[in-house]
Write a protein of this length. Structure first.
Length: 124
């Protein structure tokens, strides 16, 4: 399967004050800080997949953040009070990337709610 290439573009959501480490760009084996709003070329991996999740688990360590994406396949009943979750994928990232993702999601959700109205939340 041939790799798909997306044309180069500027990332409109990038924030110049959030930096990414680029260890291969250093002469002295020290990580070099690269600007987050750099021009990007995207290549789609052969094993790329799209996943719909309606369940998420979050785990953190001092070094990384792990998101476990799942889909609820069976809801609790009177006989069985637990939901059945099919785990679909894990996403691992640095705390820096998790913070960037959080800021991007907050910004996008604020725009969505401004245009579409407040997103209702279920009661626990």
């Amino acid at each position: 399967m041939a790799k798909k290439s997306v044309p180069r573009h500027k990332d409109p959501t990038a924030n110049a004050d959030i930096a990414a480490l680029s260890p291969n760009d250093s002469n002295d084996n020290e990580p070099k800080i690269a600007r987050a709003n750099m021009e990007r070329k995207t290549v789609v991996a052969e094993n790329y997949m799209s996943v719909y999740a309606n369940d998420i688990q979050l785990q953190t360590t001092p070094w990384d953040v792990r998101l476990i994406l799942g889909r609820i396949i069976d809801l609790p009943t009177a006989n069985d009070p637990s939901a059945t979750i099919r785990q679909l994928a894990e996403v691992h990232m640095s705390p820096q990337m998790a913070k960037k993702l959080t800021l991007l999601l907050i910004g996008q959700l604020q725009i969505y709610e401004k245009q579409m109205g407040q997103i209702p939340q279920p009661t626990d």
